[in-house]
Design a protein around this ligand. Structure first.
Ligand code: HEC
Length: 241
């Protein structure tokens, strides 16, 4: 191989990934415009700010420190680049409200979804399910098939402590985060903070502050607030217009 061909091959192998992974996303995200509601479509014209409440900043730090991002993404790709909008519970939910009116909260991720986090945890690989809407999914698990876990927080504690204990998930490869809990002997009535369903005879398992922050962060992940019509994904949107 001539030196010229070698240099060109080197430029291509590093140059193209550099362009696609660094230059294109950087130039597209450099000036992110706010998303506005519009008077015609939404009946209001303020800026859209995603609703999220919980210990987002410190929960995200614990999420990062424990490597959750290695197997979990937080990114619903646009429909031209993936099929996540069609996966139940990943991009949102399609159901009926109390009055029986169909509601569709499915949508793609916007840069605004990471507001309040110092780092966008888009993730490295997708070994486990995408977590963009995990808070909403857990609320439904608790109501539906996993009624043993009384609250979403309790469901998460059980999952974080031992993911393989869940019904139908003996095969789970989600690593146990038992180091985020402390186990001690029960004295008297025991602690009200102990996680129901964990610990052996005479023992109780308490979540540490880290487990509390992580659970609060995961529960905050649900994108079910009203979004501007322009970013609302609806298959029937075209038909309705
Ligand atoms: C080795 C890869 C891997 C790592 C690292 C990992 N997970 Fe998982 N996770 C999985 C897999 C696979 C599943 C699907 C099986 C299951 O539900 O247990 C999963 C499932 C989950 C679920 C349930 C999602 C659902 O919709 O049912 C949650 C919540 C979760 N992981 C949180 C975490 C958190 C928090 C961390 C970091 C502390 C983490 N995971 C680290 C692989 C991983």
């Amino acid at each position: 191989m001539s030196f010229k061909a070698f240099t060109l091959a080197l430029m291509f192998s590093f140059g193209i990934p550099w362009l696609m992974i660094i230059v294109v996303p950087f130039s597209k995200m450099r000036h992110v415009e706010p998303i506005y509601f519009t008077e015609e479509a939404d009946g209001r014209d303020d800026v859209y700010v995603p609703r999220r409440a919980g210990r987002i900043a410190n929960g995200a730090a614990i999420y990062a420190a424990n490597g959750c991002y290695i197997c979990h993404t937080q990114l619903i790709r646009p429909s031209f680049a993936g099929s996540e909008l069609g996966r139940p519970g990943w991009a949102g939910f399609k159901e009926q409200d109390d009055a029986g009116i169909p509601v569709d909260t499915r949508r793609e991720t916007t840069p605004f979804d990471y507001v309040g986090e110092s780092f966008a945890q888009i993730g490295l690989m997708r070994n486990g399910p995408d977590l963009s809407n995990v808070g909403g999914r857990i609320e439904r698990y608790v109501k539906e098939d996993d009624a043993d876990a009384k609250t979403p927080e309790n469901w998460l504690f059980l999952h974080l402590y031992d993911p393989r204990k869940k019904v139908k998930a003996y095969w789970s490869t989600c690593p146990s985060q038992a180091h985020l809990f402390t186990t001690r002997n029960v004295y008297g009535q025991g602690s009200p903070d102990a996680v129901p369903g964990l610990g052996g005879e005479g023992e109780e398992v308490l979540p540490t502050d880290q487990a509390l922050a992580l659970a609060s962060y995961l529960i905050s992940m649900k994108k079910d607030d009203a979004v501007p019509y322009s970013i609302n994904y609806r298959r029937d949107k075209k038909k309705a217009e």
